[in-house]
Write a protein that binds this ligand. Structure first.
Ligand code: MEV
Length: 315
């Protein structure tokens, strides 16, 4: 049996704008997607036959990255799906890691590339932020220019994203899940339409880009007050782009009195917000009172891992 696992992620700054080549900062969280893979008589996921509707990520990966006898995949995850916390990226990384392990083992760079291919082909338009955060663990900076501590670079069309290690100062984050799914392709498409039609949208994306560089500096200076202020500003710019929602804003407002700052995280629409705070229990209680599901999370240095081998005796 092969076991592969990958962490959830939260985007601290720059979601959506990163699709247009602006920088973004993401961290891996201490919640994981674990998959187990064994040889079998037919392809299956969680004991049900592989279908396009249910298993878009696994199916694309097995059809395009794998060449061998059928496999049975079982998943177990502590990442709520469609929550903005990267459950599909973690699944893509775990599958890429498991297939790599079957093929004799792969580097993180190759795993990040394969996992990005899975997401990109299933979602249509995507940056490598989520899959790279989940592959690497810790903190990453994604940008169109090369900086210190580059890990790998990934391209699509005429765009190249350079992915860097970014050390994140000790911090406590509270996630507030709205209970409403965030459907990434829909939100990304919505921003794409606005971007094509409106100079204001393009300026807003430029402004997010500038803000992310300020955030890189604030994180390096360990200035959490400034980091929090930038999170609030990033949330306002995402609201202009149309990806905030009343549920997300309600949870952000609930967190505000006890936080340095808070913002929606990931594609938005539904999904989750994050708050940076020294009072995680108070923030979690406020989020719960306003109808959200709180998770006190920490940043996980552990990225993708894969171990074991497939047996030859069926399932
Ligand atoms: C989704 O977690 C992040 C987006 O920026 C899309 C992407 O980068 O692929 C909205």
């Amino acid at each position: 049996m092969i076991e592969a696992s990958s962490p959830a992620k939260a985007i601290l700054f720059g979601e959506h704008a990163v699709v247009y080549g602006k920088p973004a900062i993401a961290v891996a969280l201490d919640r994981r997607m674990v998959i187990r893979v064994v040889r079998s008589e037919r392809f299956s996921v969680d004991r049900r036959p592989l279908t396009i509707r249910r298993n878009r990520y696994a199916r694309w990966a097995l059809e395009n990255l794998y060449d061998g006898p059928p496999l049975a995949v079982t998943t177990s995850s502590s990442i709520p799906s469609a929550s903005g916390l990267g459950s599909s990226a973690a699944l893509s990384c775990s599958i890429a890691g498991a297939i790599g392990q079957i093929n004799g083992g792969i580097s993180n760079e190759r795993c990040a590339g394969d996992a990005f291919e899975i997401e990109y082909n299933v979602q249509g338009r995507a940056s490598p932020t989520d899959t790279s955060a989940s592959t690497h663990g810790g903190g990453i900076l994604v940008s169109s220019r090369e900086e210190d501590e580059r890990l790998w670079s990934l391209s699509k069309g005429d765009r190249t994203w350079h992915v860097h290690n970014l050390s994140i100062p000790p911090m406590t984050l509270v996630v507030g899940f709205t209970r409403r799914p965030s459907v990434t392709p829909i939100q990304v498409e919505k921003v794409a339409n606005f971007y094509t039609k409106s100079g204001f949208a393009r300026e807003t994306i430029e402004e997010i880009g500038d803000l992310v560089w300020d955030a890189v500096k604030a994180l390096k200076d360990r200035d959490l007050v400034r980091v929090g202020g930038l999170m609030n500003r990033n949330n306002s710019l995402l609201t202009i782009l149309g990806v905030n929602s009343k549920e997300l804003q309600k949870l952000k407002d609930a967190a505000a009195p006890h936080s340095y700052g808070a913002k929606l995280t990931g594609a938005g629409g539904g999904g989750s917000m994050i708050a940076l705070t020294d009072h995680p229990k108070k923030v979690a209680a406020s989020i719960e009172r306003r109808g959200g599901v709180p998770f006190i999370v920490s940043i996980s240095e552990r990225g993708v891992s894969a171990s074991g081998g497939v047996d030859h005796g069926g399932n």
